[in-house]
Design a protein around this ligand. Structure first.
Ligand SMILES: [Zn+2]
Length: 401
């Protein structure tokens, strides 16, 4: 199979990365200062890292690697949602303290991320350690008239933020339906508007509880991220990321809270990663079909997991099939063999094309093909093919050959 003519294709070069911005509904030039503030919604540590997590976090890892390659420094903050509506019932079910469950799963997540060669976050704030900031932020929202309290629960009043919906571009009806599906309580009679959301609520029996001016209780999920991102990175971020299922309601609510306090755009760009399905079915905990990274790592090299994920575009919610792992392992072996332990060479047609493909809305399927084509060209004895450039290009994508 001869595939290397791709190397001679005419390439359109971009001056900067171009990425799809959810708010602008378009692929746009990502214009950034030297220092980039990136916030990515992290895990709720109640279950092991599955392939969907890996695909999401490796998407931002690749963006960071390319931004650094372009000369930026990137400050990555990835929170840990260690108190919310999903971790508490799971800890109860297991009969252990929620913080113990969080600790175990956070360690597993870190091990998986290290194995996948993902950049470490500069900080990983935990919701339970950010309660003061959360309470203070709610205080500002209260003072400015964005809230109301009914029977001990404090809500954000969406009528005080007319731009609500500007990220997801959904109609009110669509937002109400999605809120119900994703943990919101639009039919809660205590709410004035079905789209209002919880900032602070009384804890149920056995749940953790903190004192606050709004009564003792615990925070809502959305306010946690507004508080953690603003305290770590300031009121305005450059890039905010997370899985596409967070666009609404989570990120829409973050915008309403944060901008009501700061009066400025919360994030310059919103970049979302698509969701992974398994053999044709949505990958979800309730369906019991999660593919865990720790299991996959027993079968194939973690570098092959990265390579396999690169074959899918980050925005195209993709399906994972069991034969992809072994195929990626073979592809990785081809890359390693053709690289032959060469020293990295950061100049050459291959790395130019790889950089260009990354800049083109993170076109990793193209990068994947470029790497394999180069490896085949090396094995086929094509004189212009460069093992050193292959090593540098793969390294740029987090794969050390
Ligand atoms: Zn978040």
């Amino acid at each position: 199979m001869v595939m290397w003519p791709l190397r001679d294709e005419k390439v359109k070069y971009f001056m900067t990365m171009r990425l799809y911005d959810t708010a602008q509904v378009a692929v746009v030039d990502i214009e950034l200062d030297d220092h980039v503030r990136m916030y990515v919604c992290g895990i709720t540590p109640y279950d092991s890292t599955h392939l969907g997590h890996a695909a999401t976090y490796l998407t931002y890892d690749l963006i960071i690697r390319r931004l650094e390659d372009l000369g930026h420094t990137v400050q990555l903050v990835r929170n840990v949602t260690d108190v919310d509506d999903s971790i508490l019932p799971k800890a109860r079910e297991l009969g252990i303290d929620f913080l113990e469950l969080a600790e175990t799963e956070m360690n597993r997540f870190s091990e998986d991320m290290v194995a996948l060669n993902a950049r470490q976050a500069d900080s990983e704030p935990r919701a339970t350690e950010s309660i003061k900031g959360i309470v203070d932020l709610i205080g500002t929202l209260v003072t400015r008239g964005h809230t109301y309290t009914t029977e001990g629960t404090t809500y954000f009043d969406v009528t005080t933020f007319p731009a609500f919906g500007k990220l997801s571009h959904l109609t009110d009806q669509e937002m109400v339906a999605l809120a119900a599906e994703r943990g919101g309580r639009p039919d809660d009679p205590k709410q004035r508007n079905p789209l209002d959301f919880v900032l602070w609520q009384p804890s149920a029996n056995g749940e953790p509880s903190w004192d606050s001016p709004y009564g003792s209780g615990r925070p809502g999920w959305h306010i946690e991220c507004s508080a953690m991102s603003m305290s770590a990175l300031g009121p305005a971020l450059d890039i905010h990321g997370g899985g596409a299922d967070l666009i609404f309601p989570h990120h829409e609510c973050e915008i309403a809270q944060s901008e009501s306090v700061s009066g400025e755009p919360f994030s310059k760009y919103w970049v979302h990663a698509g969701l992974v399905a398994y053999q044709g079915t949505k990958m979800s905990k309730s369906l019991g079909n999660l593919v865990f990274v720790s299991d996959l790592r027993k079968e194939i090299d973690p570098r092959a997991i990265r390579l396999a994920l690169m074959a899918h575009h980050y925005r195209s919610g993709f399906e994972w099939f069991d034969d992809e792992g072994p195929r990626a392992q073979k592809d990785l072996e081809l890359l390693v063999r053709s690289a032959g332990g060469a020293e990295p060479v950061k100049v050459g047609p291959l790395i130019d094309q790889v950089r260009n493909a990354l800049d083109d809305d993170l076109d990793t399927p193209r990068v994947h093909q470029l790497l394999l084509n180069e490896a085949q060209a090396i094995e086929g004895g094509v004189a212009s093919a460069s093992p050193g450039c292959l090593v540098a290009s793969a390294s740029l994508c987090g794969i050390e050959l």
